[in-house]
Design a protein around this ligand. Sequence first.
Ligand code: NAD
Length: 476
Amino acid sequence: MKTYMNFVNGQPVGSERTFESLNPATGEVLGLAPISTAEQVKAAIAAARAAQSAWAARPDAERKALMMQVAETIKKNAPYLAEWVTREQGKPLGGLGPDQVPGARFEVWGCEVWTQVPASLDLPVEVVFEDDTRRDEVHRKPFGVVAAIAPWNWPLLIAIWQMIPSIRAGNTVVIKPSEYTTLGTLELVRLIGEVLPKGVINTVSGPGEVGSWLVSDPGIDKIMFTGSGPTGAKIAEAAARNMVPTTMELGGNDAAIMLPDADPKAMAMGLFWGAFINMGQTCACAKRLYVHENLFEPTVQALKELAEVMPMGDGMNEGMVMGPIQNKMQYDKVVSLVESAKKAGANIVCGGAPKGGPGYFYPLTLVTGLKDGDRLVDEEQFGPVLPIIKYSNVEDAIASANRLDAGLGASVWSSDIEKAKQVAGRIQAGTVWINQHGMIHPMVPFGGAKGSGYGVEFGLEGLKSVTRPQVISVKK
Ligand code: NAD
């Protein structure tokens, strides 16, 4: 059984204690990961600190060129990294074309693109005021050492979202991967870390406790967190004690609203992937679908036809479209929410019972007959289950979309874009998509409202968020 290492100051670092990483499709142990000690967390932060000023002092063009080399390294190692994603996270390898499954190859391709884009963006000096007496410029400075804490659903892509803009802007990084998907991330960081000066990116691995040592250390200048709301709240408390700015990308419970003039057949595929990409284990999946009563039956039918034909199994087998749920905790949560829906009198349109056998497989499940307030509607399922709720008045659907504390994404589906935009503008969410859902883009800022967090990633706004403004004010 291979033991994988952390990557600190350009070197592999092991620990006395280790934990197993499992394949969620088979239960197979993939390897052992180190459990970093408190001293090792401190050493990783010290390595990042030692490297930071030289990294920030490099000419911008050099940093950009190195980031492009990072993108090349990801591309060169894409098959290896995609296999890690499939074996450890569970999403099928899938393909890249428009008709193909957004699986592990797509995730690794995303890592490449989300590296190239920040590498090609500039942080220009903004002249915010100028007259005969003075000139005021806003410059962008790196914070210093960034702590990144990643989740297990898109383990490599989210790690890239956290690390790449940070280092592009002159910060150095210590990242803690999720304990469910550690090995692939350690391999990613090792590969790209070898292209960068030592100490620019570093890892510490282990359970939440290791993350808590990292985020509460006074040597951290900025925190990037992606994960659940309760963990986010703990990290925000730790950050407040050290007055450290944070970007909080938390859970969502995105509503999708089908307006009365939507076309169920034409929109079914977009809705389907909006809800079921990565088995629904995506922060900005459609997690509650509100459908006007006139369209209800055809919409349910169109989604059912898709849900019933998607091949599900071990994602290492080409042709699989759906994989397992990533871990037992999440699997149990999905089972419990569906059981609670059954108790509440719901109608299970398809799926609704575990498949059995090895691996955390659960069928794609559509549920009708629920209402706001039922657990499966109100709680983030983060799995392959979609409640479809009938409404008769658009005002009620908007109120339903807004009644929860989550506000990551939402979508409005209609044949009339202007009408859809009016509805979209009234929904309390960081992004409202029209006739698509969850379609993030590396140039477009992404972040949550309300309990889904604060701060944004991606594009120029995302790059700014890993810097602090410095005003240079010149008397004329
Ligand atoms: P989680 O909060 O359980 O864990 C996330 C990370 O935090 C893990 O690495 C974990 O070890 C670490 N952690 C746990 N306790 C900690 C502590 N006290 N201090 C520091 N770190 C600690 O979340 P998860 O189950 O891995 O991820 C699923 C959740 O993430 C879902 O709610 C999902 O919606 C959300 N998510 C949000 C986004 C977004 O961009 N908004 C993206 C992906 C996932």
